[in-house]
Design a protein around this ligand. Sequence first.
Ligand code: GLN
Length: 498
Amino acid sequence: MHQKSLTELRAALDGKEISASELAQIYLQRIEAAKDLNAFISVDRDLTLAQAKAADALIAQGNAGPLTGLPIAHKDVFVTRDWASTAGSKMLENYASPFDATVVERLGRAGMVTLGKTNMDEFAMGSSNENSHFGAVKNPWDLKAVPGGSSGGSAAAVAARLAPAATGTDTGGSIRQPASFTGITGIKPTYGRVSRFGMIAFASSLDQGGPMAQTAADCATLLNAMASFDERDSTSLQREDEDYTRYLGQRWSGDDAAKPLAGLRIGMPKEYFGPGLADDVRAAIDAALKQYEALGATLVEVSLPKTELSIPVYYIIAPAEASSNLSRFDGVRYGHRAAHYTDLLDMYKKSRAEGFGPEVKRRILVGTYVLSHGYYDAYYLQAQKIRRIIARDFQEAFSHCDVIMGPVAPTVAWNLGEKADDPVQMYLADIYTLSTSLAGLPGMSVPCGFGAGANAKRPVGLQIVGNYFNEARMLQVADAFQRATDWHQKSPSAPAGV
Ligand code: GLN
């Protein structure tokens, strides 16, 4: 049962092969058995089973929607009334939120059963999940490898089949890169699609929530429930709700073309295939692009000339926003307060010094620096200007193609500890995901193979980037690939303890 996708689990529930309560128990048991992965920060059996029981009652009444009774795990950056909400930080170790994030509320209203809160890099800052106060997460494919970050717990949970789906957030790649490193499917929607209300803020102009699951079809169903206008989020997009599953299984061009994707133009940014790309990742991406050609698509070369600059631009803007967002953690309004201090200022200092980990402190320092008088024009303003150019370059590329494809990351998952002491090396690995975030475009990762040699067990993800609001079409393109391949059905043979 645990190998099934959400779509398959829906059929099992509808066919009365299993109840929501039994399903929840299977996953809770797997989570317990796979504790060594450290994918979860909090689990509460009784709460989960109470939700499952309520879902069973709805199913019995004939009131089940497409997601009723299906389990999901939430990244611990979404606040929840019933589970602690830590954002992977000591600062919020025991934080109890008085309300649910909009995403949690909407998925709950759709009848989904929460399995618990997943581990993550502290305040979503990182690419390896080693920055969590609650310890690193292991990659279920290879326990020596990182699962990616910052949504590493969510990715590891779905990959190890501890949950059929999970929520994630992506500020500069944190849904796509861990999805890529663990062989699952994840989508970061257009900025503003999914409400940020109750999503603990990292960099507000970039943060975007999205689903992580086995398949593109499952992500589409989840996005239907997650995405909506929310007046409590001032950057939420005021658009009609849409059905993200509406193109699944259809032909791209709508006519009777023999091949499903005939007419689709795929842009390959030449900067994404440069010398920094590892050979084994390149081989897997090339094979995926060949598969797309077999499905009828044509490949065109495009250029995103500022790709390299996306790293300094992102690592100025994101820390700048973070330094402002994190000023609320002062030991008074939220979170950790130092036990011993002399006066108010000392209390602030000690509480923040004790509550934040090293990467978060580094970002606060960088962010405060680039925003300070005298440096603002030289760094922050310049970065904002280049951000505009990056967004414009994408529009130029989209005048030649319908979607853009390339690798999610230059390499497969690296070893735990390998980059932990070298933040710059860690930042450089974000090169292919940052520009999409800076431009606010939707992007996803689709499993398309594995590395080579010593990396033969480490998955590779294909990145698909669409133009604004084109999620439904992107999901169609991803789904067409998954109908023709079985990479998304592969799961690690023996995740720890299970
Ligand atoms: N790796 C990037 C960072 O460390 C992106 C993180 C994210 O998307 N939350 O900031």
